[in-house]
Write a protein that binds this ligand. Structure first.
Ligand SMILES: [Zn+2]
Length: 493
């Protein structure tokens, strides 16, 4: 029986599309969707068209081919033209305005967070960051790329003659009726200018992440987080590397606090990523002395706020001012760059904040990471092997089943679609305060947390989510460096 495919959801990758020349693909009505276990899956407009089958088989020479059918032939025609665009649909893609519109449509359709225009020796790649990973979407000639980059620089009000210095700018544009804001950065490379476009507007994916309920918290984690938000004074700090979803969590927290409308909420950000109803958002420029985080925070405290969000603590002065303001009856939400939740405590002390001040104001320290979710269409379950069981403390005689990412037409052959977050949560209770005041290390506090509540560590949360099929062990290992686990092993040995 022939498989049918919902072509509105397929995301064939650049490598797969390259298997057929665009002109032939359009002419015979064939769209390669994925390579599954070595077999090229090709969707045909008409499965009884032997001419089409023969042409595709000839072009794919020695490869195994599986032909599938589209659920809806009208959708298929549209998707085929989107993936192999012809001039009738996009206009001539050699023209920069058409190329820009085409790239933006594809980026939004794929929920990309960034677009990179990366020049190389003979061609320029247009790549998109999807679920945190870069995927090549298109390659264009160096000549087309040069005109494309100039066009983008004009839109962003940059100096098009200046090609040797990095420049920053913004573009507000409209794609399929949707307002889109782009942050533009250029940098010269040996093969020409590299341009990065960050998509700031709300796309479908980020809309779903508006509320705390949709951020992948387990119920016990959500309870801890909400309790910390309900305290009228104190500090809640989120940590994680860039791109770990800290800002999304902070915004969701602000939205929750803004909802009843009886609190004065102020945020100090660099830059303001998106507007939040009910929050007074202040933009600072950390590169300039005039409006630093610390200066803005001092002035904000004179405006009678109930809740203050500080985008990021980068220095000791801001840290001290933020924590001291919690002493005088404010709830402060902020972020810090550390690898673990216990690391937040020791980092504050390293920044020069007295341990007693950390102990008396910090309510909850959170570390987070974003991990990709296995694609629902192609994921498989298999029993964990003996080494994995030993590593994660599972019973090797009765191994649990863990998800394995494979790859299909719906996930652009990556095996993943969408992301979830994992959290480490350290509630600052009497035990933690004592350890902090005694000057115990990040590792000591981590071991205490692991013994006190293993499910509250990044590792514990990740393993739980693996067993729920929300992520994979491969994804966890690729994202989290278990430095503290390693340190622990060394001590035991
Ligand atoms: Zn898939």
């Amino acid at each position: 029986m022939t498989r049918t495919v919902d072509t509105t959801r397929v995301r064939p990758s650049h490598d797969v599309l390259r298997l057929l020349p665009a002109k032939t693909a359009r002419a015979v009505g064939a769209l390669p969707l994925a390579v599954e276990d070595g077999t090229v899956v090709v969707c045909l407009a008409d499965k009884t068209d032997f001419n089409a089958i023969e042409r595709v088989e000839t072009l794919l020479a020695d490869r195994k081919v599986e032909f599938v059918e589209a659920q809806d032939p009208v959708d298929f025609r549209r998707v085929l033209r989107e993936n192999y665009p012809d001039a009738a649909m996009t206009g001539d893609l050699e023209r920069p305005e058409n190329l820009f519109a085409h790239v933006m449509r594809r980026a939004l359709a794929r929920n990309a967070s960034d677009i990179h225009i990366s020049p190389a020796e003979t061609e320029t790649l247009v790549r998109m960051r999807i679920d945190g990973r870069l995927q090549t979407d298109l390659s264009v000639s160096s000549q087309t790329a040069a005109e494309f980059v100039s066009y983008i620089k004009v839109l962003a009000n940059l100096d098009i003659a200046e090609k040797r210095a990095p420049q920053d700018g913004n573009i507000d544009t409209n794609v399929n009726g949707l307002e889109v804001s782009l942050r533009v950065a250029t940098v010269p490379t040996i093969w020409g200018e590299h341009v990065t476009l960050r998509i700031l507007s709300q796309t479908r994916e980020t809309k779903q992440l508006d509320t705390l309920d949709n951020l992948g918290f387990h119920s016990h984690q959500l309870k801890l987080f909400e309790e910390a938000l309900e305290t009228p004074d104190g500090v809640v700090i989120l940590s994680g590397p860039t791109g770990s979803g800290k800002t999304t969590t902070l915004y969701a927290a602000l939205r929750r606090l803004a909802k009843p409308g009886d609190l004065h909420l102020v945020s100090i950000e660099d830059p303001v990523e998106k507007p939040v109803a009910g929050v007074t958002q202040i933009k600072v420029d950390a590169r300039q002395e005039r409006v630093s985080f610390e200066k803005a925070l001092r002035s904000v405290l004179r405006h009678d706020p109930d809740v203050v969000m500080v985008g990021e603590i980068r220095d000791g002065e801001t840290a001290q001012t933020a924590l001291r303001s919690a002493l005088t009856g404010h709830l402060v939400l902020t972020t810090l760059h550390t690898n673990s939740a216990p690391g937040i405590l020791t980092r504050l002390v390293d920044l020069g904040v007295p341990p007693y001040l950390v102990a008396s104001t910090l309510r909850l320290a959170v570390a987070q990471r974003l991990l990709r979710r296995p694609c629902r269409e192609c994921m498989a379950w298999q029993p964990a092997d003996a080494a994995t069981c030993e590593r994660y403390g599972w019973d090797a005689a009765n191994p649990p089943k863990v998800p394995v990412a494979r790859g299909c037409a719906y996930c652009g052959n990556t095996g993943y679609s969408g992301r979830t977050a994992i959290y480490e949560m350290l509630p600052v209770n009497d035990g933690v305060r004592k350890m902090l005041l005694k000057g115990e290390s990040e590792g000591d506090i981590y071991r205490w947390l692991k013994a006190f509540a293993p499910g509250l560590t990044l590792r514990g949360d990740a393993l739980a989510k693996v067993l729920e099929g929300e992520t994979t062990l491969e994804e966890y290992r690729a994202t989290v460096v278990e430095e503290l686990e390693l340190a622990e092993l060394t001590i035991i040995n």
